[in-house]
Every structure is written in structure tokens, then in C-alpha cells.
Design a protein around this ligand. Structure first.
Ligand code: NAD
Length: 293
């Protein structure tokens, strides 16, 4: 790697921020890694696990003289964080984020970091887990996975290159797209499935015979609902930030459910089998392609 980060600052040293720190440390491209956050216990653990070298007293203090700042907090926290760090950002400091939604983060950066847009590179690693906190962080989390960057027209080439280099050092492949496109795509393939998983578990749990139902739930239920074990705060923020595209996806899905319901009501086995065959073929094709990538 022909780039080097003298001071890397991670704000929100959880699953994603912690994994980013561990991966860059393992790649040997960061001299000092400084963490800031909201939970003292989590930051102490980050120190113990070697994800960070020291804990900064607060986010504003942390970003002074930084080469790269990673904002890895729930997207609902981005506005407050940007306001805190704005007065302390030096001209050479590049700021990026890992938020799962991009249109909102870009709008917030325009509002709260207007002097710093040339050095702001919004990003979203397409890797993660249903676990939270630095205890779940893993230096290999991003290896072979994609990270999407959504640079603004104002973002400078030097800033984009630094963030691209950092993600590549983590082992990720990097793609670029417009924030609106990103948010539409992830409403369909990520946000909707999370909503469905939360809804199904909530539905079972709220029934009078919930305990009995759960006692018989097995592999299929576990696979379908794995992501309902994810952080409620993080997903609340993602849903609210990407409300319009998610509502559109929800409407499309409800129409699909209605079609299946009608087939079931009419006892139309041939139609059901046709849908399931198409869906199975599409999923198998996707899995085969994923394994080739
Ligand atoms: P996490 O809960 O593991 O970590 C978030 C950390 O941010 C916590 O340590 C928390 O204490 C800290 N924090 C919260 N508010 C803060 C504030 N105001 N100031 C400073 N620190 C604060 O969550 P995560 O899974 O690492 O997610 C972080 C970001 O990455 C989110 O924006 C999420 O949307 C995005 N993301 C998550 C995944 C995933 O699968 N978990 C994948 C891609 C992107």
C-alpha cells in the first residue's frame, strides 16, 4: 500500500467502526487509531481488543489533526455528531461514514459540514451482522465484500482516493453510485427484509400462544428471522431515514402477498408452483453468482 494514515479517528467504535479499525491496523496502514463514542464500557473494550490506541474525551477533541475520520454511529446520530466536529475539522482532514442510508447523510453534511464538502466521502460497507458493539468486531468483516461510496459533486479526488485506499486495505471492493440510487436499491434488498423479519417475530411474540409457537419454531424460522436480532436503534434510524423508498417497497411486497393470497384462496396450486419455481431459480442464480464474485 502506498498510502498511510497518520491519525485515524473512529467515532462509534462498534461492530463496523471497530472492524474498520482492526482491519486497517492489520493492514499496517494507520499509525495511531483514536476512538470516541457514547459508551465508556464499549470504548474500554475497544482499547482492550486493540482496535484503538486511545480514547478521546469527545468527538470534537478526537478529530483535531486527524487524517481520516470515520463516523460509524447510527444514522440518527449523524446530525449531532457533524455539528460537534465541524468547528474542529482541519483543512486536510478527510471525513467518511459507514451509515446504511446515504441520501440523509449527504443532506446532513450539506447542512452541517458546508465548509468541508470537498473532504467528505459518504460510504456504506455492504457487510455486517446482527450483532452490535466492538465485541463483535472482526478484522476480516469486509474482506471480499463491497463498499459503496456516494461522493458529492464537491468531493475532491484526493479525499475519495484516501477512502477508497482505506476500504481496499480492509479487503473490500469499492463501487460508486448516486445516493438516491443507493437508497432505492437498499430499501429493496436490505431494509424491506429487515422490516419483514421484525414483523414476523413481533407477530408470533404478541400472540396468546406465542410461547408454544416459538417452542416448535426450527431452522426455517431461524433463517428467516436471523436479522430480527439486529440493533433496534440502528434499524429505527435506517427506516426513518429511508422512509419513502421503503414505503414504496412495502407496497410492492404487499401487492405480491395479495397475489399469493388470491392463488391460495382459489386453491391454484399450478400458479403457486410457477411463482415458487421462478423464485427458486432466481435465488439459485443469485447464490451461484455471489459464489463466483
Ligand atoms: P454498533 O451499535 O455496533 O456501533 C455503533 C457505536 O456508535 C456504538 O458503540 C455506540 O456507542 C456509538 N454511538 C452511538 N451514538 C453515538 C454518538 N452520538 N456519538 C458517538 N458514538 C455514538 O452499530 P454498527 O452495526 O457498528 O453500525 C454503525 C453504522 O454502520 C450505522 O450507521 C449502521 O447503519 C451502519 N452499518 C451497519 C451494518 C451492520 O450490519 N451492522 C452494516 C453496514 C453499515
Amino acid at each position: 500500500m502506498d498510502f498511510y494514515i497518520n491519525k485515524l479517528v473512529i467515532i462509534g467504535v462498534g461492530l463496523i467502526g471497530g472492524s474498520f479499525a482492526l482491519a486497517l491496523r492489520e493492514a499496517g496502514v494507520a499509525r495511531e487509531i483514536v476512538g470516541a463514542g457514547r459508551s465508556a464500557a464499549n470504548l474500554e473494550e475497544a482499547l482492550r481488543l486493540g482496535a484503538i490506541d486511545r480514547i478521546a474525551p469527545d468527538a470534537a477533541e478526537a478529530v483535531r489533526d486527524a487524517d481520516l475520520v470515520m463516523l460509524a454511529v447510527p444514522v440518527g446520530q449523524m446530525a449531532a455528531l457533524m455539528q460537534q466536529i465541524a468547528p474542529c475539522l482541519g483543512a486536510h482532514t478527510v471525513v467518511t461514514d459507514a451509515g446504511s442510508t446515504k441520501g440523509d447523510v449527504v443532506a446532513l453534511a450539506r447542512r452541517h459540514l458546508p465548509q468541508h464538502l470537498a473532504s467528505f466521502v459518504p460510504g456504506h460497507p455492504i457487510a455486517g451482522a446482527e450483532k452490535s458493539g466492538v465485541g463483535a468486531a472482526d478484522a476480516g468483516l469486509f474482506r471480499g465484500r463491497q463498499t459503496v461510496l456516494t461522493p458529492l459533486p464537491e468531493t475532491g479526488a484526493r479525499a475519495t482516493e484516501l477512502v477508497l485506499n482505506a476500504w481496499q486495505a480492509c479487503g473490500a471492493r469499492v463501487a460508486e453510485m448516486a445516493p438516491e440510487n443507493h437508497d432505492r436499491i437498499f430499501a429493496a434488498v436490505s431494509h424491506l427484509p429487515h422490516l419483514l423479519a421484525f414483523a414476523l417475530v413481533e407477530d408470533m411474540a404478541s400472540r396468546a400462544n406465542g410461547e408454544e409457537l416459538f417452542s416448535f419454531a426450527a431452522g426455517g424460522f431461524r433463517d428467516f428471522t436471523r436479522i430480527a436480532g439486529s440493533s433496534p436503534e440502528m434499524w429505527r434510524d435506517i427506516f426513518l431515514a429511508n422512509r419513502e423508498p421503503l414505503l414504496d417497497e412495502l407496497d410492492l411486497y404487499r401487492a405480491q402477498l395479495d397475489r399469493l393470497r388470491a392463488m391460495l384462496e382459489q386453491g391454484d396450486g399450478a400458479a403457486l408452483e410457477k411463482v415458487f419455481s421462478r423464485a427458486r431459480a432466481a435465488r439459485n442464480k443469485w447464490i451461484a453468482k455471489k459464489n463466483l464474485d
